[in-house]
Design a protein around this ligand. Structure first.
Ligand SMILES: Cc1cc2nc3c(=O)[nH]c(=O)nc-3n(C[C@H](O)[C@H](O)[C@H](O)COP(=O)(O)OP(=O)(O)OC[C@H]3O[C@@H](n4cnc5c(N)ncnc54)[C@H](O)[C@@H]3O)c2cc1C
Length: 395
């Protein structure tokens, strides 16, 4: 095995998706040496609803990677139209939601990373941790061993790295599953809104992208997700959906499944390593906040690495600051998930919830740099972290 070591600050990042890549950009801009490793070759597809909130866009802007400057397409969206039976509810999103293909976005961000001569990007190679403690890590990728002063774990919701370090999260018995695919409208054009259709066992989301493409993702019980794997059953469901939205769709890419999508907090640091994005915490994707969380935490971890000299203090600062910044996101995700997935919540949606109130709550949480009373209220009522998982590993 070849040993690769560097003097000065080298940060090793496992996972080159949104959380890992934005951390790499932030670190490189601060002058750190970075090794960024991903098991996939890019561009690659990734199961996702592809709705990026204004808060996520603000993180890209702050890192100097604004959507308008990246080589990827995106479509501004006006908000959400929720269908339940014969009724529908419109919730405007004035904060600035966009539909963006992950295949393009992730590759575009990575191409920005690759511009820095101080970043080594290693793709198509699985990474595994050999040793990690505050201020030092050793990671194996293929035939190479890399030595670093800090480790950022950005390997997604299934996080093989956390599992190898003994941190696993339990999967609830009634876990919700997810799948996504890309379709093209062949007649009619979908309005610039995320169309959310509440169906028995879950929800189907249609996110308009550019060039008549539409992301179709489904979240829910196995009974809803299974037909997405069977061509005929999927056709029947999509024909019914097409009729409902008045747009005829044909498939462009087959559905990608991702397994359980339940909300889970794992840990924000482990043995001195920073844990970011989905590896750290996942929210039920019905709230549309996973990408924003990945970008927020990736940047924040990078900032803590470069500003805190003491490695133990750095992870502690990250944990505290992350918790402060995402409490409202967690609260909003819980409220959204309770409304979308429970019978009572669903009933209240088109009948009791005023579109204006829903829009104000959504806008308050999705807008960047907002500290209003709604945000504080949502953080307070739903933002507390579940204590069911061990935090011992963080101490
Ligand atoms: C069905 C579905 C719909 C969703 N819809 C939305 C939405 O509309 N809006 C939204 O904001 N969010 C949505 N999300 C959530 C969003 O996709 C995730 O929150 C986001 O991708 C997390 O980014 P990440 O960088 O943390 O992890 P990921 O994007 O999961 O990336 C992890 C990376 O780590 C790499 N990796 C894993 N193991 C290794 C290893 N051993 N070595 C090297 N590399 C490794 C993987 O190849 C991958 O590239 C959705 C998710 C699902 C499943």
């Amino acid at each position: 095995m070849k040993r690769v070591s560097h003097k000065g600050g080298r940060v090793i990042i496992i996972g080159a998706s949104l959380a890992g890549s934005i951390a790499a950009v932030e670190l490189a801009q601060a002058g750190a040496l970075v090794t960024l490793i991903d098991k996939e070759n890019f561009p690659r597809r990734k199961p996702c609803g592809e709705g990026l909130s204004a808060r996520g866009q603000a993180e890209l802007d702050a890192a100097g990677c604004s959507l308008r400057d990246l080589p990827c397409s995106y479509r501004p969206l006006e908000g959400y139209r929720i269908f339940h039976g014969s009724r529908s509810l419109d919730i405007p999103d004035r904060a600035g939601l966009v539909g963006v293909p992950r295949k393009e976005l992730d590759a575009a961000l990575l191409s920005r990373v690759a511009r820095f001569s101080t970043v080594d990007v290693i793709l198509g190679t699985k990474a595994s941790v050999l040793e990690v403690r505050p201020g030092r890590c050793r990671v194996r990728a293929g035939d190479h061993e890399f030595v670093g002063d800090a480790l950022i774990v950005a390997d997604g919701a299934t996080s093989p790295t956390l599992r190898s370090l003994g941190q696993t999260a339990p999967v609830p018995r009634n876990a919700r599953l997810g799948t996504s695919s890309v379709w093209r409208s062949v007649s009619g054009e979908l309005m610039s809104k995320v169309h959310t259709v509440l169906v028995p066992g879950g929800e189907i989301y249609l996110t308009p992208l550019t060039n008549g493409l539409v992301n179709v993702s489904a979240l829910g019980r196995l009974s809803l997700i299974q037909p997405f794997a069977q061509e005929r059953a999927l056709r029947v469901r999509m024909d019914a959906l097409s009729e409902m939205i008045g747009v005829s769709l044909e498939p462009v890419s087959p559905p990608l499944s991702c397994g359980s999508i339940h909300a889970t907090y794992r840990c924000s640091h482990i043995n001195g390593a920073f844990v970011v994005g989905d590896a750290c915490e996942t929210f039920d994707p019905c709230a549309g906040f996973g990408m924003a969380h990945a970008l927020i935490t990736g940047r924040l971890a990078a900032q803590c690495v470069v500003t805190e000299i003491d490695p133990s203090r750095a992870v502690h600062t990250y944990a505290v600051e992350r918790e402060r910044r995402i409490r409202d996101v967690r609260g909003f995700a819980r409220i959204t998930s309770a409304t979308m997935t429970s019978g009572v919540g669903r009933l209240s949606l088109p009948f009791l919830v005023s579109s204006g109130l829903a829009a104000r709550v959504s806008e308050s949480i999705h807008a960047a740099d907002r500290g209003d009373v709604i945000r504080s209220f949502v953080s307070l009522i739903g933002g507390r972290r579940s204590r069911s998982l061990p935090e011992v590993l963080e101490n």
